[in-house]
Design a protein around this ligand. Structure first.
Ligand code: ADP
Ligand code: ASP
Ligand code: MG
Length: 438
């Protein structure tokens, strides 16, 4: 049979009990030859994720203070896991080295990556598999851009020398040798890279839910699990806030059509969600696949009479955003109005300057910034062409007296985007969910 690459998220490796579930999943199928672990996540609500503790240590060390108190928590979590698994190996020496390095001022990415690194060593020890340090095979260029092809060759070569191995998620190294991490949740990307390089028949992504649900289970009670979803639909949903899978994780596998199976470590018998190519996905026109969203955006709206006849208007507006290093999410336009939607995080500390620069650059009749906006995407392949879908979204919201502040229909024909007040975010998701799924 073909190779299966498995990635285990933080909750799947939060303590020794969870490790034991992971080990039995791996031992249950000899095709599961490569495992990509995250760092230990929360064991219960309110608990600390190891990655967050590591970032904290880095901040403390940078402020010139002692990390000992916070590092103690990290140390005891790993020591416990190793002891309860009954390993011959002790992570003590590695922990002391890492502690010293953090205190000496090691860089932020190195510090954050140690959560996955240590978990990788422990998991490899527990399984009796080889350990491959991700820093030896996953590469970024001097600007921190991921080197997909260089990485693919290096990982493929390395895997061919190790029939069973653990490769920690989340990080690689830059051309200068320093460690570089992906963005948060990036172990999903590592799993996908390993699946591509290993020519896997399946990439299993093991987490704490039984698949990708039609809406965030923290907002809607017991939403249905999506059985099959295309890579593109999945990317729209995860980019828009469905955090189950990192939004960039589809790229390495989608090029070669390797399916991703989202599975639950606590219920391995559940089928989960299959993420497949557009072609392999059987769709019915008009079907909404899922709903996702995020809070805290600002919409900057420019008005100018006869804007439509002014050549270069849009370009000048976007140049201002580019000059301030702000990437935008949406750009709904009318005949004499143009809006640019960007996250508050992107605009932080720059809003007033951007408004002034826009006034100087395009001389609008008015330009206003309105914050407190949440954006919700209703995603489904072919949905937009189906008559009445948008109408149903708006009626559902108006029935709940939710004002729609912005509308954008994605050019991909995959989604309808609406903007509502932050305070109405959960109610809006529930209203749309009830319209299409109840
Ligand atoms: P891991 O640590 O395994 O990588 P994550 O926390 O990154 O897990 O992702 C799983 C979590 O994503 C779930 O516990 C759930 O709370 C959240 N989530 C958000 N949106 C969805 C959705 N549409 N379907 C399923 N889970 C979702
Ligand atoms: N441990 C990292 C994080 O918390 C990466 C991951 O979990 O995928 O973001
Ligand atoms: Mg995750």
């Amino acid at each position: 049979m073909g190779i299966k690459v498995t990635k285990f998220g933080g909750s799947s490796l939060a303590n020794a009990e969870q490790f034991k579930k992971v080990i039995s999943i791996l031992k249950a199928d000899a095709d599961r030859r490569y495992a990509v672990p995250s760092a230990p996540g929360k064991r219960f609500s309110g608990d600390d994720k190891i990655t967050d503790l590591l970032y904290k240590c880095h901040d403390i060390a940078t402020a010139g203070k002692s990390i000992e108190q916070v590092f103690d928590k990290i140390r005891s979590r790993y020591m416990h896991i190793a002891q309860e698994l009954g390993l011959d190996y002790s992570p003590e020496e590695e922990l002391e080295r890492i502690c010293r390095n953090i205190q000496k001022g090691e860089k932020r990415d190195y510090v954050a990556s140690r959560g996955e690194y240590l978990n990788g060593i422990i998991l490899a020890q527990a399984l009796g598999w080889d350990f491959i340090d991700a820093a030896d095979v996953i590469f970024f260029d001097e600007n921190g851009i991921f080197d997909a092809e260089g990485t693919n060759s290096a990982v493929a070569k390395c895997l061919s020398e190790h029939p069973y191995a653990v490769i920690p998620g989340f990080y690689g190294r830059r051309a200068d040798g320093s460690v570089k991490t992906f963005s948060r949740g990036g172990s999903d990307i590592t799993g996908s890279i390993v699946a591509r390089a290993g020519g896997a028949e399946l990439y299993e992504n093991w987490t704490d839910v039984s698949g990708f649900m039609v809406a965030d289970p923290r907002i809607v009670v017991n939403p249905a699990v999506i059985r099959t979803v295309s890579y593109r639909e999945l990317r729209e949903l995860s980019y828009m806030g469905a955090t189950v899978l990192h939004e960039d994780a589809i790229f390495p596998v989608s090029h070669c059509g390797i399916p991703i199976n989202i599975k639950n470590t606590n219920h391995p018998e559940d089928a989960g969600t299959m993420i497949v190519s557009d072609k392999s996905r059987d769709i019915r026109e008009g079907l909404v696949t899922g709903i996702a969203g995020r809070k805290d955006f600002t919409v900057i709206t420019l008005e100018k009479d006869m804007m439509n006849t002014e050549r270069g208007f849009g370009r000048k507006v976007l140049t201002v955003f580019e000059e301030y290093g702000v990437s935008f999410e949406h750009m709904p336009t009318g005949i004499d109005t143009m809006s640019v939607v960007a996250s508050d995080k992107e605009l932080y500390g720059k809003k007033e300057e951007i408004l002034n620069a826009l006034k100087k650059s395009v001389h609008p009749d008015s330009v206003v910034a309105e914050d407190n906006l949440a954006i919700i995407a209703v995603v489904g392949r072919g949905m937009v062409r189906a008559v009445g879908t948008a109408g149903r979204v708006f009626s559902a919201l108006s029935r709940e007296k939710i004002n729609v502040r912005m509308i954008d229909q994605g050019s991909s024909e995959l989604n309808i985007i609406v903007g509502v007040d932050n305070e109405k975010f959960e109610a809006a998701i529930s209203a749309i969910y009830n319209e299409f799924f109840n």
